[in-house]
Each structure stands twice: as structure tokens, then as C-alpha cells.
Design a protein around this ligand. Structure first.
Ligand code: GLY
Length: 262
């Protein structure tokens, strides 16, 4: 089944983005747009069909389309994001996703960001973080459990999202910064620790046998390559200033399309 990725252009207002653990630094918008374009090109090179939505200039974080939705083969769950400023980002995305999946919605008191959701087959790990609360995990469980998904909470303590601290890189291996999360729920997977001097390197995107990761983490790259995994480094320096990793800028799903026009 081919993979489809939804992405959205970088907002001209990205310098007003939410920040939780990062100190604000000036983002070069032109450079950020070029890096985002290179990210899209990388997805296309790896065989992914990319749906590129126009930027939302009034929504600084709207490029981070991973957060307003969690998409599995059966449904798309529209989240209620932890940062109130970001909630309007979900509207347009929901409209597009409704062509591919039936929609479900999380509602108050639940909060949940897609960046807190790591799915590995039928196991769905969900970060209990500053953005995602217990009600969010409960509501997500209620939606996904009937389809056979096992939702497992993971405590997040030192970073924005669960996937800031861990991501799946193939071969039953999870790249992890264990200082930022409780790794106990990940038992059963091989854990590959990022070097202490590259603490933000645990966010990578495993696609069609290739691990996409920021070029700024050469030691982590070497660790992954030493496992026989293929790495595709990309320059994400400007989006990293907005507290982003490689997974944040796309929402990726199997295209078993229900879109009558496709
Ligand atoms: N700037 C990404 C976020 O805080 O949601």
C-alpha cells in the first residue's frame, strides 16, 4: 500500500511559535521554507505521495501537521491539542483527512498532541506530557481499542513530546533518550541510546527502510548506520529552533483511499 504524507507550508509567523523547553532564537523564514521543501523532496524520493497544503500565516505552528491528527488504517483521530493557540490548525487538516478515513474527535477535558503518539504495529505508545493528559490517553484508547490497538502511556519528563525522546527506526529498534522518558513501557524493543551530547537526536522518521534524521546529529547517525540501517540526513536547523524534529512536519498514512476523486 503506498504511503501518503500531508504537509503544510511554513507560516510567515513561525517566529511566534509555541516553545516549551527551548529558548527563543530567530528563525530565518526563507531558509526554513527551503529546508521544508527539501524535506518534502526527500519524502517523494522515498516513494511517498505528498499532499502539500498552503501555509496558514495566522497560525505560527501550523507546519507541524503531526500534532492535530493521529491516523491509523481504520480512522483519523482529530486531537485537541495541548496548546490552545494551535487548536485552529485542526480544521483544514480534518477536511483533507476526511477524504481518506472516517474521522473521530477528542474533546475536553482531553488534550493530546500527535507528537506524543508513537505507533509500532498495533502498539500505540502515548506520552503523558505537558501537552497530552490522562483524559487524552483515555479517549484515544476508547477510539483505538476496538480496532485491536493496545494503547500504553509513557511518562515524558524532559522534553516537549514523546517522539522528541524516542522513535522507531526499524528492526524492532527504538532510538531513545532515556533521560527524558520512562522507557519501561518500551520493553520488548531493542533500545538504541542517543549520545549524551546529542540529546535531541531521538526523533527520526523511518520510511520504506530508510531513517530520515537531522544532519546536526552525526554521532547518532553513525550509531544507526552501524546497525546496518540506511540513514538520510536532512538539514532542519531552522525548524529545530521551533522545537521540531523530523516527524512533526508530516502526517503519514497508508493510502487505502476512500477519496472518490483519487
Ligand atoms: N513549536 C512546536 C510546539 O510547541 O508545538
Amino acid at each position: 500500500m503506498p504511503l501518503t504524507a500531508i504537509v503544510r507550508g511554513v507560516s510567515s509567523s513561525i517566529n511566534d511559535c509555541e516553545l516549551s523547553f527551548h529558548t527563543r532564537q530567530s528563525i530565518d523564514v526563507v531558509r526554513a521554507i527551503a529546508q521544508h521543501q527539501a524535506y518534502q523532496n526527500c519524502l517523494v524520493e522515498l516513494g511517498v505521495q505528498v499532499i502539500s497544503l498552503p501555509a496558514e500565516p495566522a497560525l505560527p505552528d501550523a507546519v507541524f501537521v503531526e500534532d492535530p491528527a493521529v491516523v491509523v488504517d481504520e480512522v483519523a483521530v482529530i486531537t485537541n491539542m495541548g496548546a490552545a493557540s494551535r487548536r485552529p490548525e485542526a480544521n483544514r487538516l480534518a477536511e483533507v483527512l476526511s477524504r481518506y478515513r472516517p474521522l473521530r474527535h477528542l474533546a475536553e477535558p482531553a488534550t493530546l498532541d500527535g507528537g506524543d503518539v508513537l505507533r509500532i504495529n498495533r502498539a500505540v505508545f502515548v506520552g503523558l506530557s505537558r501537552r497530552t493528559n490522562r483524559a487524552g490517553i483515555t479517549q484515544l484508547t476508547d477510539v483505538l481499542a476496538p480496532y485491536g490497538y493496545q494503547v500504553r502511556p509513557v511518562e515524558v519528563r524532559g522534553c516537549l513530546h514523546l517522539k522528541s525522546a524516542c522513535s522507531y527506526v526499524g528492526n524492532d529498534t527504538v532510538l531513545v533518550n532515556r533521560f527524558w522518558i520512562d522507557v519501561e513501557p518500551l520493553c520488548g524493543f531493542e533500545l538504541l541510546d542517543v549520545p549524551e551530547d546529542e540529546p535531541a537526536a531521538a526523533n527520526a522518521l523511518h520510511l520504506n527502510g530508510v531513517v530520515i534524521m537531522p544532519a546536526s546529529f552525526p554521532k547518532t547517525r553513525e550509531l544507526i548506520e552501524n546497525r546496518g540501517l540506511r540513514v538520510r540526513p536532512i538539514d532542519l536547523s531552522e525548524l529545530q529552533k521551533a522545537e521540531a524534529g523530523v516527524t512533526c512536519s508530516s502526517v503519514i498514512f497508508n493510502d487505502k483511499s476512500t477519496d472518490p476523486s483519487s
